[in-house]
Design a protein around this ligand. Structure first.
Ligand code: 5GP
Ligand code: ZN
Length: 113
């Protein structure tokens, strides 16, 4: 597999401000935050994106969401937050390792750009 930025961050080979780590997931602050709180949650396993998930990944995705809600809570986002998963070019995905954005600390607008 070609090198992957988020695999390298999960392995600790590229520095990031980590806010959570467990056996399956790592979360760290986005380098270019779009909100006062902007955390990325990734599975340690390299999965390119939502469009590459299969039936075997249902548990992984469920736990990704639940893990993210716990991180949002730990970040003190009591007023609410937004989860975003961009997929593919039209979805605005720039890093091809599945990641969930936690955005919070301000009121979000709708629709997104
Ligand atoms: P995407 O556009 O693929 O949904 O999101 C990729 C995110 O990764 C962007 O919000 C971008 O700011 C963030 N990002 C890109 N490179 C790095 C990096 O080296 N470190 C961290 N912490 N975030 C990064
Ligand atoms: Zn990767």
């Amino acid at each position: 597999m070609a090198s992957c930025l988020f695999c390298d961050i999960a392995a600790g080979e590229i520095p990031a401000t980590q806010v959570h780590a467990d056996e399956d997931f790592v979360a760290f602050r986005d380098i270019d935050p779009k909100a006062p709180t902007h955390v990325l949650v990734i599975p340690r396993r390299h999965v390119t994106g939502l469009d590459r998930l299969g039936d075997d990944d249902v548990d992984l995705v469920g736990r990704l969401l639940v893990t993210a809600t716990r991180i949002a809570s730990a970040e003190g986002l009591t007023g609410g937050y937004r989860f975003v998963i961009n997929c593919g070019d039209d979805g605005g995905q720039t890093v091809h390792h599945l990641h969930l954005h936690i955005l919070g600390g301000r009121a979000m607008k709708w629709p997104p750009g």
